[in-house]
Design a protein around this ligand. Sequence first.
Ligand code: NAI
Length: 717
Amino acid sequence: MENCKLTVDADGILLVEIDVPGQPMNVLAPEVFEELSAAIGQATDDARIKGVILTSAKPGVFTAGADIKTMVSSFDTGMTELQGMAISQHLSRMMRRLETCGKPFACAMNGLTLGGGLETALACHYRVLADDAMVGLPEVTIGLLPGAGGTQRLSRVVGIEKALPMLLTGQQVKAADALKMGLVHAVVPASEVVAKARAWLLGTPSAVQPWDVKGYQIPGGAGPCSPTAFRSFVAGTARIAQSTQRNYPAPLAILSSVYEGTQVTIDVGLRIESKYFGKLFADPVARNMMRTLFIAKGAAGKLTRRPSEIEKSTVRKVGILGAGMMGAGIAQLSAAAGIEVVLLDASIEQAQRGKEYSVQLAEKLVTRGSLTPDKSQALLARIHPTVDYANLADCDLIIEAVFEDRAVKAEVTRKAAAVLPASALFATNTSTLPITGLAEAFPRPKDFIGLHFFSPADKMPLVEVILGKHTSKMSLARALDFVAQVRKTPIVVNDSPGFFTSRVFSTFIHEAVLMLREGVAPALIENAARQAGFPVGPLAVGDEVSLALQIRIIEQNLADGMPRTAHLDRVLEVLRRMVDNFGRSGRRGGGGYYEYPTDGKKHLWTELQTHFPPLAVQPDVQEVKDRLLYSQALESARCLEQGVVEHPQDADLGSVLGIGFPSWTGGSVSFIDTIGLPVFVANCERLAAAHGERFRPTAGLKRRAELNHRFHATENL
Ligand code: NAI
């Protein structure tokens, strides 16, 4: 066998060691399961075999779950619900053979055990886990449910109440907690798991699962009459419907699978699970989430856009110019990655205030027990607030995060350049100003690049790396190395006003402003956005960004050559009315579209209705959702056609991880694929006729629609 090594010892114990060749982790591709199936057959048929130990030959990992690449490509080749169901049934039959073959199976989990690996363990009669290992069923995070018996066996092993949080969040559980909840029988050091399993087999092992014994009851009860049914299922359904807005089918399918499947025998329960698995597997949401959140994110994290011929670099000391909101966050994430930080601002008080962000965060983490006092002190000692440019003299990298103002940026860039070593890379965190122009203030434009972090910088996972006209390959490689060093996900984009994310995001905010002007009820705009899956409504976001800043950005972009359009003029008119006539510049200015009472929750400004009278007949909520989703998807397609982003994966990652485009879509380009090019283009034409030229599909989209060519299709076939 290629993936599993089988040995039988003198006691008749068959040791099955999973060791998928050429991979750091054991990924469970279909052929690995086939080999496991053959091992079960051998154990069943060979009378000399008294019991079986399943383990892994890879240190620290039992299994990392199923092979997601195979799953995505099977979707793109046209997986049906029935075919998806058949995959799950095939695995379930194998697990059922394992637990009913009459031979005792012990699973020795020597490390991380996820997905299909944990489902296999749950089918074993005995489970021992390494004390430093984590276990989990992360399928929900990629739009699926555990389809190899996970929903059924976990509920039967630990009870429904404890199983649901694991199934619904995908969160991993530490070994000690797994033992406490009864998920495993024993926890020992990794080096002893096989010996522990062997000892169990050599004792008086049972080869019968509790659920195969007559009169078996699920711990804590099952079905509508169990004491926890209301909390788990009735309230649970409402809670999930609210949090997912029914855009993500997996959590409700998991709930249904557990509810229905635990009231019947395990065999029927497994069939129920397979039915739901098939539905999810054939649903584009699972494919979209897997492709973007797993495959594209994984590839970006491995720096696939990095010029490979350039040697890897490490930043030892970073200089941050501007200790405001962004500078403080970047200082925090750099110090947390072990990098020395010089945090410079115009006054020492401002520089220190930037460090204060890390001080407060560290205090919180220490109180919570997630950071030791020693580590906290070491982290804080790495951040050096200053006003003196001479302190930048030995920095490998500068990140400029002063006001979004060309003159201010040019001034600090020149001052830093005067003291920097010739080897230093200079990055700007500008969110809107073209990089090539800003690079003029730096003597070595080839060493100048954009590193666009998102707010709050230490928490948001994405960094948009922006290439100026003269940025060298070396600078790109070094910038990407830094992004990896601080454990963020990069996308690489080319210079243009607003780059990719800010440009796409502005269409979201602008569309809401235009709807407000037309008389669409503000509450309808905000609620439709949340129903579509955006984390925050566009008017609320507009308040956060500040209306005054939006005016400045539009004016700046127009001055930088962005074409002037009728709809931009209308957006500007609304923003100016809000700021100049009504004094409402956004949250920081005391209020914008919303009121922010000090003693209560924010709420929409009641006067909005007076100034923007609502239409007597309001549009359908779907129309509002479409306008918000389509405007961003179209802008993403334009960015691809204009070469601002070069790969659909970058657009998808940028939109989901950077600007909150709903992840059920897989991202703003994946959204177009999901709808299908011909339908998307037809809908754009309809929206253009109803609302204006900004919805007119591009020539490239029309061509794709005629050929029915998806953006992602060819790469995955
Ligand atoms: P901020 O206003 O919070 O901070 C700017 C800091 O720069 C202030 O502490 C200020 O004292 C300092 N500063 C200004 N002039 C200076 C000078 N001559 N010398 C030294 N320090 C000086 O602004 P924020 O929000 O941190 O933004 C900074 C940059 O990051 C801007 O370019 C902005 O466009 C960009 N950005 C902002 C995001 C956001 O969500 N706020 C997101 C991504 C990028």
